[in-house]
Design a protein around this ligand. Structure first.
Ligand SMILES: Cc1cc2nc3c(=O)[nH]c(=O)nc-3n(C[C@H](O)[C@H](O)[C@H](O)COP(=O)(O)OP(=O)(O)OC[C@H]3O[C@@H](n4cnc5c(N)ncnc54)[C@H](O)[C@@H]3O)c2cc1C
Length: 380
């Protein structure tokens, strides 16, 4: 067990695993086919105390440490990467409201986030700006007690289900450099002028509802501004450490799962009168992957410890994000190969895992952007 985990964490993991075995695993294939996870599952997660366990008890949370968030994200990933939206809600988006919201905003929004009645999303990416966040063009121009929001967001996780969207907007479109004009607005489901675009068809993460969001003279109360005007970019930079850590956690779990299913497969599949596992190539591939995963896990656990201690480890988390997502993609390729033709068949879970893992090197800041951050922080 990792150094940041104690007996209570173990019990939480057991309870969560039992819950997912009953309420998620039997239905996951159906959710993948339907392209969405039902809201009733979110309700159940909330009712059972699995959403935002870290939030303060006064809002209905458990006041739990980050170790519980690690467990939540790990166990969701074991079921399937399509559940990524739950972890995004619990440990990526709601933290913005908790960190930068006023007491009134927290009282208004957080209890329903814990109960699973309010599902959240974060909307940074636009059709014309992904990696280049400072260059977003969605504008929010003040008009009395409202901001008038115009623009489009795309690739938004939980885009269809979301009730509250933490949206990066330009409150000062003329600001130079551009990032100084960015603010964060919480945009609510029934806001006039806010429409959802289509649910996007993706190569993987089929059960995750990824969508476009369209704002046409949308009227958002000034009371929904998170923190201060013009500080949005800094807030995003502060929170991205945790987001990228969570993606790295998902990647290592996905790699472990793929290795385990391949291990089981090669031990029973036969060719030339022997099991596939008896070939030296298979043994070396599995030995290599097991080694890399174990080393990755050790680095990750050290970073989780430092994150819990509140340290600024942006450089190291960027290293973990790019390296561990690349590792998981390599593991997917090797494991699919060891399955032979069956690996290419939908009824074998390695096929879905192979598709789902591809996006991990793209979202939460692409791996190229991670390397740019590392290089800059190393002094280049
Ligand atoms: C399934 C899915 C879910 C997502 N969920 C969300 C979400 O919930 N919220 C949200 O806001 N966004 C979300 N995204 C968007 C995601 O964060 C972006 O796709 C990502 O940041 C890359 O932006 P882009 O797609 O515009 O690619 P681009 O920025 O156009 O990049 C294209 C290529 O150029 C490379 N590149 C760009 N700039 C540089 C540079 N300076 N140096 C070297 N290479 C560079 C990139 O690494 C990439 O390989 C999601 C995306 C997907 C696919």
């Amino acid at each position: 067990m990792a150094r940041y985990l104690e007996q209570e964490h173990y019990m939480y993991r057991q309870a969560l695993r039992k819950f997912l075995e009953a309420e998620a695993i039997p239905f996951y294939g159906q959710w993948e086919a339907e392209g969405i996870i039902p809201r009733s599952f979110w309700d159940q997660l909330g009712t059972n105390g699995f959403l935002c366990p870290w939030l303060d008890e006064k809002y209905g949370g458990l006041g739990a440490d980050f170790g519980y968030s690690v467990i939540l994200n790990e166990e969701l990933e074991r079921v399937g990467t399509g559940l990524i939206g739950v972890g995004l809600h619990s440990d990526i988006v709601v933290p913005y409201i908790a960190a930068y919201g006023t007491e009134e905003q927290k009282q208004r929004w957080l209890p329903d986030c814990i109960r699973g009645k309010s599902i959240t999303a974060i909307a940074m990416t636009e059709p014309g700006a992904g990696s280049d966040l400072a260059n977003i063009s969605t504008s929010a121009i003040r008009d009395g007690e409202y901001y008038i929001v115009n623009g489009e967001k795309t690739f938004i996780t939980n885009g269809i289900h979301s009730d509250l969207i933490v949206c990066a907007v330009k409150t000062d479109p003329k600001a130079q450099p551009g990032h100084k004009g960015i603010s964060l607005l919480v945009i609510e489901r029934d806001t006039s002028g806010f429409l959802r675009g289509k649910k996007l068809k993706k190569m993987g993460l089929h059960s995750q509802d990824t969508a476009e969001l369209i704002f046409t003279d949308a009227r958002v109360p000034v009371a929904n501004l998170l923190g201060e005007e013009g500080m949005g970019f800094y807030y995003l930079m502060q929170q991205l450490q945790q987001e990228r850590l969570i993606v790295a956690i998902g990647a290592i779990i996905a790699a472990e799962e793929m290795l385990q299913m391949t291990f089981d497969y090669v031990k029973q599949r036969k060719a030339f009168g022997k099991t596939i596992s008896s070939f030296q190539n298979t043994q070396f591939k599995i030995a290599e992957m097991a080694t890399e995963i174990k080393m990755g896990r050790a680095f990750l656990d050290a970073l989780i410890m430092e994150h819990i201690e509140g340290k600024d480890i942006v450089t190291e988390v960027s290293m973990a994000k790019w390296r561990l997502t690349e590792l998981a993609k390599q593991v997917a390729t090797e494991c699919l190969q060891l399955h032979g033709g069956y690996g290419y068949m939908e009824e074998y879970p390695i096929a879905r895992r192979f598709r789902d893992i591809q996006v991990s090197s793209i979202y939460a800041g692409s791996n190229e952007i991670m390397k740019a951050i590392i290089a800059k922080n190393l002094g280049l």
